[in-house]
Write a protein that binds this ligand. Structure first.
Ligand code: RIB
Length: 307
């Protein structure tokens, strides 16, 4: 089977808790709303890719439970091919609780569940059946699945985009297979030990990431934009000015959009500009994966902004 972009990654049921302010340690607070919505970094990236008009599949795993059924149905509804998804007996689907306060910032805790049970053999079997130009991976499934996917993709000549999220899942062995890495501030600090507070520290960190053997680097600095570092060239990309209401999955939207724009332009700076618009639109509205923009919405935003 042929796709534009293959995503190997996590799929979760998110419990989104909208609080006016983060509770203090030990507090009990009332919240504005609680919603259950499909999420997971891999699934969010795959849905972004499909929403932006490229063909894609998610390679991942759910449990044999009602959440798993809902998550798979949702992918199909969102035009993501589920032919390579696993349903794992005796395991729960990944579940995350995401607290969002009135600034749109989020804090999450979750269980990987079935995401952590994908084996190297599972991945190798899938890669024998698929062709694609780009692989998108993150760090929320089993280590062996991440490594196997990155290795198999390289062997097939694919461009490997590593979103090293969440910071807690990072392990360095996979870096050797990555063509592009997209860390946010926390992930950058976890990998390089450099706290990104301004452009100078972002550039210092990007150089350190390059020295780890990863050719292309984008350091994401949320509302402060991003740094594209490629062939020792430095480009700063502004974030679009929006009121952030929900940042859950913003990085996933950025990653999916980068992959799509790279396919079209083969230009990392142009791709980062496109991805900044897509992620900016995403954070300006609520609704989990339903807040991910379509290609038409991103194009319209760019057309208006450049007039
Ligand atoms: O990046 C956001 C995602 O992280 C959420 O959807 C949650 O499920 C976790 O995977």
């Amino acid at each position: 089977m042929k796709y534009d972009i293959v995503v190997v990654g996590s799929i979760n049921m998110d419990v989104i808790v909208d609080v006016p302010n983060y509770p203090e340690y030990g507090d009990t607070v009332f919240c504005n709303s609680i919603k259950m919505t499909p999420g997971g970094k891999g699934a969010n990236q795959a849905v972004t890719v499909a929403s932006l008009g490229k063909s894609t599949c998610l390679v991942g795993a759910v449990g044999k439970d009602s959440a798993g059924t809902q998550l798979l149905d949702n992918l199909i509804f969102k035009s993501v091919d589920t032919a390579h998804m696993l349903e794992i007996e005796g395991e729960g689907s990944g579940t995350f609780v995401c607290l969002i306060d009135n600034t749109g910032e989020n804090t999450m805790a979750g269980t990987k569940g079935a995401n952590d049970k994908i084996t190297e053999a599972d991945i190798n079997r899938v890669f024998e059946q698929i062709e694609a130009k780009i692989l998108l991976i993150q760090m929320e499934t089993s280590r062996e699945s991440i490594l196997a996917a990155a290795k198999a993709a390289k062997a097939k000549g694919m461009y490997v985009i590593l979103d090293p999220a969440p910071a807690e899942g990072i392990f360095e062995e996979v870096f050797q297979y990555a063509d592009l890495i997209l860390p946010n501030k926390q992930e950058t600090e976890r990998i390089t030990g450099i706290e990104v507070t301004d452009r100078e520290t972002a550039l210092e960190a990007a150089k350190k990431l390059r020295s780890l053997g990863i050719p292309d680097v984008i350091v994401k600095m949320a509302e402060n934009g991003s740094l594209v570092y490629q062939n020792e060239e430095v480009n700063w990309i502004d974030s679009i000015k929006v009121k952030a209401v929900d940042t859950v999955g913003a990085g996933d939207c950025f990653a999916g959009a980068i992959a799509c724009a790279l396919l079209d332009t083969n230009n990392l700076v142009e791709a980062a500009k496109f991805a900044s618009v897509a992620a900016g639109i995403k954070v300006s509205r609520t609704g989990g994966q339903d807040a991910i923009p379509t290609l038409k919405e991103v194009q319209e935003y760019i057309a208006v902004a450049s007039n």
